[in-house]
Design a protein around this ligand. Sequence first.
Ligand code: EPU
Length: 345
Amino acid sequence: MNSTPNAPAPAKLMPHLGLKGRNTFGLDAVADLAYEITAPEQIAAVMNQITEQNLPWRVLGGGSNVILPKVLPGVTLLMNITEQEIISSEQNATVISVGGGVNWHEFVVWTLENNLPGLENLALIPGTVGAAPIQNIGAYGVEIADYIDSIHAFDTKTNTFVTLAKEDCQFAYRDSYFKKHPQRFIVTNVIFNIPKVWQAKIHYADLAKQFEGNPNPTAEEIFLAVCKIRTLKLPDPKVIGNAGSFFQNPIIPNEQYETLLKKYAGLVSYPDAPGKRKLAAGWMIDQCGFKGQRMGEVGVYENQALVLVNHGNGTAQDILGLAKCIQDKVRKEFGVSLEIEPNIL
Ligand code: EPU
């Protein structure tokens, strides 16, 4: 026997695995060869098989930001590393290592239960901890990047484990180095840095409205308010399939924004980088009359026009067809291109 006593068992293989329950859009999809990854050490062997047999492959986390085809050929890695550990707790900050397979919302709840506030604005975002940095999840004025120390990942280019410091992750609005280099890194653990000094962030209009008359809410109060707003505005994937915001909020030059504003006095937008303005795509889609509309098995959510929904038996093709109608109309009306947010596999 030449196996190391403490080496983890090889990744569990699940051939022809149905993924309908593993993607929040509820799309019917089958993975040819699915491997459940419960320890980082299992990745190298699976990658070897992929290279040797020249198989297509992809990683699936919580399946909350993907549009799946009917068949996923080759290998699908289901990330389920769930170890979690406080690495250090010093005067200024607490550093925590969290396995990529941990459910994001459950981690947020855990931080609050352990008196580590900071992530409360990001409550109820579906998906896993490992997937969260790829698109730099954000809500109500907070982004995960604000709390990241570094990322542990398997680099498929060099076949080694690497640690990327926050600065190397190139985080930006719904963007990162990982997103710019798809198919290169497999995130195994996210290392968080939660500062000990905490300040409420309630400047986003929806949240500010909840705290009129209470300018100093606790992290728990913010958590509950965020859960309340999200529950009202965003559909629960367990009830109706969706992937959250379907389009990014487009960022345009100030001059273009000024011109648009003359035509549309109600245009909703936010300041962005100098000389730029971020437009609320949901508002534009709403103005085009799509909110609550249905096109066969798919549609636009009735309470948030930025969210596309699957009424039951929709396919990737149906969703992308509806997305194209929306993109065309918004481009015609506002002269702005909308970029699809979820990954199309
Ligand atoms: N609006 C409309 N009609 C709509 C939808 C929105 O008029 O149907 C207007 C709203 O009234 C509001 C503005 O558009 O004035 C913005 O809407 P909202 O506050 O709901 O936020 P968003 O810009 O649509 C973004 C994120 C969400 C995040 C919220 C809160 C993106 C692509 N989406 O949505 O993230 O929860 O802000 O911070 O940046 C996600 O990425 O999956 C997601 C849900």
